[in-house]
Design a protein around this ligand. Structure first.
Ligand SMILES: Cc1cc2nc3c(=O)[nH]c(=O)nc-3n(C[C@H](O)[C@H](O)[C@H](O)COP(=O)(O)OP(=O)(O)OC[C@H]3O[C@@H](n4cnc5c(N)ncnc54)[C@H](O)[C@@H]3O)c2cc1C
Length: 238
């Protein structure tokens, strides 16, 4: 990094030769891409948008080798705006947003940069659903790594409860499948690398939105109503 908000010639050469998509402060779309939910005036020296795990891997290897500081960005809803930092390279993973449903296993392999509204739209095509937060522009992974609470937590648990597997580009830039220990860490706090894919649990949309069979709590509630307000025919009241 040569100065606060410019990239070094070697990083620019690398980005060009690797055919990575990137925007510098001089690029026309930079300000739109940089926008995050928090009121942040920080300006990354460059925003790089890898399209798959292999691109994340070469990018991290370059940053590590050259000592380029970087941060990760998906939905940009970090409350402190930590996914855009002055002078840092932002790895914007929003273009890694595939959804592969396995209806037999009731799971989906989901790109690490997917936003909640796109995920729900894709699952809806298969009449499936999964727990999310209430704001569609939040990133699934960032949401789940911070616990992942939402209205759906009552039937599906927290976001982190629904992560079954993860593919991660680690601090060396290698793509690894998370083992049990790393998965436990990911569910506990997240920061073990760049998550390029998670396998999540999915649920039949009709059942979780309009349960056909009453749950135990519905049953208890109905019984309590019955005994509290007895039916007029049974009780003989008017
Ligand atoms: C308006 C608003 C509504 C919210 N609603 C809810 C809610 O209903 N329930 C709830 O639980 N939380 C909610 N949150 C909190 C939100 O889930 C967290 O701030 C979450 O970290 C945002 O993720 P993001 O990808 O959108 O943000 P970003 O700013 O893009 O990312 C935040 C951080 O997550 C990490 N990260 C993101 N993607 C990856 C990845 N693929 N690999 C590795 N690290 C990654 C990075 O460290 C990154 O800096 C809300 C926040 C806001 C601002």
């Amino acid at each position: 990094m040569s100065s606060a908000n410019t990239i070094s010639p070697s990083t620019e050469d690398f980005l060009v030769s690797s055919k990575l998509h990137y925007q510098t402060p001089a690029s026309p779309d930079y300000d739109t891409t940089r926008q995050v939910y928090a009121l942040s005036h920080d300006r990354p020296s460059v925003i790089v948008r890898p399209r798959d795990a292999a691109e994340v891997s070469v990018l991290v290897k370059h940053c590590v080798a050259e000592g380029v500081p970087f941060v990760v960005r998906a939905g940009g809803h970090d409350l402190y705006g930590r996914s855009v930092v002055d002078g840092c390279l932002t790895i914007d993973v929003r273009d890694i947003n595939h959804v592969e449903v396995d209806a037999d296993r009731m799971t989906a392999e989901v790109g690490g940069g997917i936003l909640l509204d796109r995920l729900l739209e894709e699952l809806e095509k298969h009449r499936l659903h999964t727990p999310t937060g209430g704001i569609g522009s939040v990133g699934l992974v960032g949401w789940a790594l911070s616990g992942g609470y939402g209205d759906s937590s009552a039937w599906g648990g927290l976001g982190l409860d629904n992560i079954l597997a993860a593919k991660v580009v680690n601090a060396k830039g290698d793509l690894v499948e998370a083992d049990d220990e790393m998965l436990k860490g990911i569910r506990g706090s997240g920061g073990f690398g760049i998550i390029v894919e998670v396998t999540i649990k999915v649920y039949p949309a009709d059942e979780v939105r309009n349960p056909k069979s009453p749950s135990f709590s519905h049953l208890l509630f109905s019984l309590s109503l019955f005994f509290y307000y007895p039916c007029p025919l049974v009780s003989g009241k008017d």
